[in-house]
Design a protein around this ligand. Structure first.
Ligand code: NAD
Ligand code: MG
Length: 296
């Protein structure tokens, strides 16, 4: 049987564009995507890399966060799932998979643009799991704005409040609970390095995430806490059909060196590595996962 662990041609491993035209309203639903994304539900095995760990994953209902939550549980971690209230059903599916892996799941709906939600998420996790030692901050929004003439302050506020502020809020709340060996993993983007013209607000936030990762890694080094990030290229998640127009969806991923989009399941392994003690000498780094496209 061929699995995600069998050596094979990565270019042919998953669907290539063209994809059927499809649009969704944000925050989107994994079950409305055609073809169905792979979050590792059937494929991710796990080898005990995170045995006994206690993780918070934001954006955990869908896309990359869903794949990371499944992988963390199968690697042995209890997982607190953060998501928006309208994503409850998808989050419950992830919680069921976490529990099927023999781990605890905490469902925590809420808007992370609000500082109190971030603090309460950490406090509730500590209460339920007896601590927290992995923070995977993956939630994000990606509005497209084609022209500076259409710039709106409210859009930039929304992007920064969602993509940047929770880095500070969650880390501050978790900091008193962290012991040496704890790990923070952020989610930047290839857009943080080589931005598209219509993603200026988003690209600024994603470059900011990579730079926050470098700064916070140095701040927390003396406490034995590592801070790293992952910078995905195009990945087949609801963020895309709920943010970009159909002509881009139909060709989604064609610009990558592989000529195809990544699947959420292909993003989980670097999030696992960076969370685990195997990455003991890695901190301040953001790993690009872009299907061969250079980020510099
Ligand atoms: P996704 O839509 O599945 O996940 C994004 C999640 O963010 C949503 O599920 C939602 O739960 C959460 N979210 C959004 N606003 C929120 C808010 N105000 N409060 C709480 N949660 C909120 O899409 P995804 O592509 O898996 O996105 C995950 C991360 O990956 C994002 O940071 C995104 O920028 C990044 N990323 C995605 C791609 C891609 O091509 N899909 C590429 C590079 C980076
Ligand atoms: Mg979602």
């Amino acid at each position: 049987m061929t699995t995600m662990y069998t050596p094979q041609d990565p270019i042919k491993q998953y669907p290539n564009p063209p994809f059927p035209p499809q649009q969704q309203d944000a925050p989107g639903d994994v079950h409305k995507m055609d073809p169905a994304p792979d979050h590792g539900e059937e494929s991710y095995i796990g080898f005990g890399r995170l045995a006994g760990r206690k993780a918070i994953v934001t954006g955990a209902d869908s896309g990359i966060g869903r794949a990371v939550a499944i992988a963390y549980a199968r690697e042995g971690a209890d997982v607190a799932l953060s998501y928006l209230p309208e994503e409850q059903e998808q989050a419950e599916e992830v919680a069921a998979l976490v529990e099927k892996a023999g781990r605890k799941a905490l469902l925590y709906p809420g808007d992370l643009q609000d500082e109190a939600t971030n603090t309460a998420l950490v406090e509730k996790t500590v209460e339920e799991f007896g601590g927290v030692d992995i923070l995977a901050i993956i939630a994000g929004v990606m509005p497209t704005v084609d022209s500076i003439d259409d710039f709106e302050t409210a859009t930039l506020d929304h992007v920064l409040k969602t993509n940047i502020y929770p880095l500070f809020w969650l880390t501050k709340a978790a900091s008193p609970h962290f012991e040496p060996g704890a790990s923070i993993i952020t989610c930047s983007s290839i857009q943080g390095y080589v931005p598209s013209p219509s993603l200026a607000e988003y690209a600024v936030s994603k470059a900011g995430i990579a730079n926050w990762t470098r700064a916070m890694a140095q701040q927390l080094a003396e406490r034995g806490i590592r801070v790293n990030g992952v910078a995905p290229g195009p990945v087949w998640t609801p963020l895309q059909p709920s943010s970009v127009p159909n002509e881009k969806i139909e060709q989604f991923g064609s610009e990558a060196a592989y000529g195809r989009a990544g699947q959420p399941a292909e993003l989980a392994p670097p999030f696992v590595l960076l969370a685990s003690q195997e990455a003991s000498y890695i901190s301040g780094e953001t790993i690009a996962v872009t299907g061969g496209t250079p980020t510099h």
